[in-house]
Design a protein around this ligand. Structure first.
Ligand code: BV8
Length: 259
């Protein structure tokens, strides 16, 4: 659907392109919705359930303490879905915004690594990265692609098959679970970018997970124009200066063509 010519967002796209061109600093904040067109299930959409569980039931330290295998099976299932996914035109357009816009900072809640795959040089992955493991004893982080035995182990059920660190301790996914604090260094970098931003693009997020969900209000407090790109209303919609209703994989390239 060629948005710029006369689609429902045509006027707003032109308006957003104008403010982007004139902005000395731009921040984009993405959520699971930007990866939906790559086939990666969102958290709260129809595919957000896995078996009979909700993400909030599994993405917690308690769930991991209670049943590390169940939590690993979920993450390894998600890794297999993400391994089959490719960056979509929305990811690719954001990667090109780095060279098209002044002081562009990309913040993401996603752990799928698709922004980096799309060519974004320094996405701030506020909730971590599903492809890394973290030692539950030392906290050291291991970056490695999924290996067949990990995928096999999680489903074989053998008690000693949890992914382990070289030190022997069980590995956990290197992501931020509910009830866990975010990396202070990443939060500091994100808040600094949000505070200096003149435009904030909020893309494909239900805007309900804190502290990240507080970032648009912080940007607005600093005088930024808030643009929401989403297929549906969210708690942010009423406070956004511009709402572009539609798929990010279509709207972001349409926006880029107007820059
Ligand atoms: C913290 C990583 C304190 C793991 C995630 C009670 C107890 C404890 C904490 C709390 C509590 N009540 C509230 C809290 C705070 C809690 C919170 O906010 N809960 C919510 C549910 C109310 N937050 C936390 O716990 C945070 N930590 O507060 O710690 C603290 C401080 C210091 C020291 C110690 C402790 C940690 C939050 C991070 C949790 N981890 N993920 C993993 O991925 O497995 S959150 C998870 O949700 C993902 O990161 C995800 O990205 C994020 C947000 O979801 P969305 O990305 O928005 O995805 P969603 O499916 O919801 O929405 C998709 C959107 O896309 C929709 O709007 C849809 O319309 C749209 N869409 C779909 N298709 C498209 C599209 N848009 C455009 N185009 C399309 N094609």
């Amino acid at each position: 659907m060629m948005e710029e010519s006369g689609g429902p967002n045509a006027g707003d796209l032109a308006r957003v392109a104008d403010v982007l061109r004139g902005a000395h600093a731009v921040v984009a904040l993405t959520g699971a919705g930007i990866s939906a067109e790559s086939g990666v299930p969102t958290f709260r959409g129809a595919e957000g359930l896995w078996r009979t569980y909700r993400a909030e039931d599994l993405a917690t330290p308690d769930a991991f303490r209670r049943d590390p295998r169940l939590v690993w099976e979920w993450y390894l299932w998600r890794r297999s879905r993400i391994a089959a996914a490719r960056p979509n035109p929305g990811h690719l357009a954001l990667a090109r915004f780095e060279t098209r816009l002044r002081q562009f900072t990309l913040l993401t809640q996603n752990v799928d690594g698709l922004h980096r795959q799309a060519g974004s040089r320094d996405p701030i992955e506020l909730h971590g990265n599903i492809w890394r493991g973290r030692c539950t004893a030392s906290g050291c982080v291991i970056s490695r692609p999924p290996v067949a035995d990990e995928l096999m182990a999680a489903t074989s059920g053998a008690p000693s098959d949890l992914p382990r660190c070289a030190c022997g301790a069980v590995l956990r996914p290197d992501v931020v679970w509910f009830g866990e604090g975010l990396d202070p260094e990443k939060v500091d970098r994100a808040v600094a970018a949000v505070r200096r931003s003149k435009v904030m693009l909020v893309i494909g997020t239900s805007a309900i997970v804190y502290p990240v969900a507080a970032f648009p209000a912080l940007a607005r407090h600093g005088g930024a124009t808030i643009v929401e790109i989403n297929v549906a209303d969210t708690p942010l919609t009423g406070d956004a200066d511009v709402v572009l209703r539609g798929a990010s994989g279509e709207l972001l390239p349409a926006l880029e063509r107007l820059l």
